[in-house]
Design a protein around this ligand. Structure first.
Ligand code: TMP
Length: 209
């Protein structure tokens, strides 16, 4: 495992597709900046690394890449994300909010049949553990409805209902395994209510540190 820089705060936002991770990660960063914190949003897969770009292209292929290849690309992208963004920013004392991290690999590539203990172990060899994980919890049907309402092209191969069901189950197993790290947040409410909950939760967390 890489050594975590001691100065910054590393917050990770996770959840199934359609759960509002991107919206809420960005809102949280905006709020923390408005309080005077130096907060930054990042996301995985990245949009700039070769493996990240390859993955993003693959989202709309009719067939998914073989799961081993997908796993490897996410891991390579994560190493670059950590090296080029997360670790330098943490060293600078920033609050880094990442929209997905290795918990996504455990949940999504695990849902495709890869052993999730293996995924976790391989990731822990090259990653740092975040300070806190917010797992956005939304019923699958609601998530699918939100995705369909937002996008003309509808759900992609990552987002099919049976797949999201498995992904969600693994997320909950992870939350049971790491109760001090992963905090489940009910997001089956309005954006404003979720925003308030997340702000309150994170401010309390930062005050207690
Ligand atoms: P997004 O919804 O945050 O844009 O993420 C794109 C997709 O990538 C999403 O369906 C989940 C998937 N994903 C994995 O399968 N494994 C991973 O490790 C990560 C970071 C994302």
């Amino acid at each position: 495992m890489l050594e975590s820089p001691s100065s910054g705060v590393f917050i990770c936002v996770e959840g199934i597709d359609g759960s509002g991770k991107t919206t809420h990660s960005r809102l949280l960063v905006g709020y923390l900046c408005s309080l005077g914190f130096d907060a930054v949003y990042t996301t995985e897969p990245t949009r700039y690394s070769l493996p990240g770009r390859r993955l993003r292209e693959s989202f709309f292929y009719p067939e998914r890449l073989p799961v081993e290849e997908e796993f490897k690309l996410f891991l390579e992208d994560r190493i670059i994300h950590l090296r080029d963004e997360v670790i330098p920013m943490l060293k600078d004392g920033k609050i880094v909010v990442t929209d997905r991290y290795y918990f996504s690999s455990v949940a999504y590539q695990g849902a495709r049949g890869l052993d999730w203990n293996f995924i976790l172990e391989e990731n822990l060899k090259v990653s740092i553990v975040p300070n806190i994980v917010l797992l956005l919890d939304l019923p699958i049907d609601e998530a699918i409805a939100r995705i369909s309402a937002e996008r003309e092209e509808g759900v992609n191969t990552f987002e099919k209902k049976e797949n999201l069901q498995k992904v969600s189950e693994i997320y909950f197993k992870l939350a049971e395994k790491f109760p001090d790290l992963i905090h489940v947040m009910n997001v089956n409410k309005s954006i404003q209510e979720v925003e308030d909950d997340l702000q309150k939760f994170i401010v309390e967390y930062l005050e207690k540190r």
